[in-house]
Design a protein around this ligand. Structure first.
Ligand code: HEM
Ligand code: HEM
Length: 219
């Protein structure tokens, strides 16, 4: 036998010996480790060590702290509508007041400044004056009665200037109606012209106050 053949035979013998001893060794090792289970018992379920996928069903905004009060909601809607109508009718009121003032001046010149006292502007001025007063009242009510469900601190801003100017214009309108009617009733008396002159001055002041009230918001 050659040396190579001898080495091959020894290798085969060693392999057979290890194979025979293998299971016995494994059993012993398990016993040493304290595992008393029979070898052919079903394996225990292994803990799942796979990372669980993240739950993507999250809420970015979170839950609202509390539900919106339906009463406040309704008031806000009414406020939005009223404050949309308010400036629309308000601009018409502003234009109407300008027209009343122009025709009032024509009436004044006709009666007191040598216009011949024809009275041709008088009915126009009266009609425009009452139409403007109705528009003014509607605009004012829409602004003043708009609900305010959310408290706001009083600040010196354009909205406050608007309210102050429109408050002055409101006083002017009331004065105008009273002075105009009183002057007319005193037609032919000495005080008529003076009353009409004061009426004229307050008329321009009223238009000026309203113009300021509009300007601070629009421009
Ligand atoms: C007729 C005289 C007027 C009065 C008595 C008046 C009164 C008011 C009042 C009290 C408010 C505050 C409403 C609130 O915040 O609850 C307001 C707001 C407002 N008014 Fe007038 N207003 C008048 C004319 C006008 C006119 C002619 C315009 C036209 C541009 C106008 C445009 C506005 C606007 C846009 C607001 C909302 C302002 C804001 O809060 O930012 N108003 N008005
Ligand atoms: C600068 C602007 C104005 C001028 C120059 C003016 C001028 C006049 C004149 C000359 C009269 C006749 C008085 C008389 O016959 O003795 C009159 C009457 C009258 N005005 Fe004016 N006016 C002006 C603005 C206004 C305004 C803004 C109003 C208010 C809405 C108004 C309301 C009236 C009324 C109600 C009368 C009485 C009408 C009647 O009963 O026949 N006026 N105005």
């Amino acid at each position: 036998m050659t040396a190579n053949a001898l080495r091959g035979a020894a290798g085969v013998a060693l392999a057979l010996a290890l194979a025979a001893a293998g299971p016995a060794r494994a059993g012993e090792a398990a016993k040493e480790a304290g595992d008393e289970r029979p070898r052919d018992a079903p394996a225990e379920p292994r803990p799942n060590l796979e990372p669980t996928p993240p739950d993507l069903d999250f809420d970015l905004l979170g839950r609202p702290a509390k539900q919106a009060d339906p009463r406040v909601q309704r008031q806000l809607e009414r406020r939005r509508l009223m404050l949309r109508l308010h400036p629309a009718i308000g601009l018409a009121t502003w234009a109407a007041l300008a027209a009343t003032t122009v025709v009032g001046q024509l009436d004044f010149d006709d009666r007191f400044r040598g216009g011949g006292d024809t009275g041709r502007y008088h009915a126009w001025h009266r009609g425009l004056a009452y139409g403007t007063s109705a528009l003014f009242l509607s605009t004012a009510l829409l602004g003043v009665l708009a609900p305010k469900p959310l408290a706001e601190p009083v600040r010196l801003d354009t909205a406050l200037l608007h309210k102050l100017a429109m408050g002055a214009a409101t006083a002017g309108m009331v004065t105008q109606i009273v002075l105009g009617i009183v002057a007319r009733r005193r037609a032919g008396s000495l005080s008529e012209r003076d009353l009409a002159a004061v009426h004229q001055g307050v008329g321009y002041a009223t238009l000026g106050a309203m113009t300021i009230g509009v300007t601070v918001l629009l421009f």
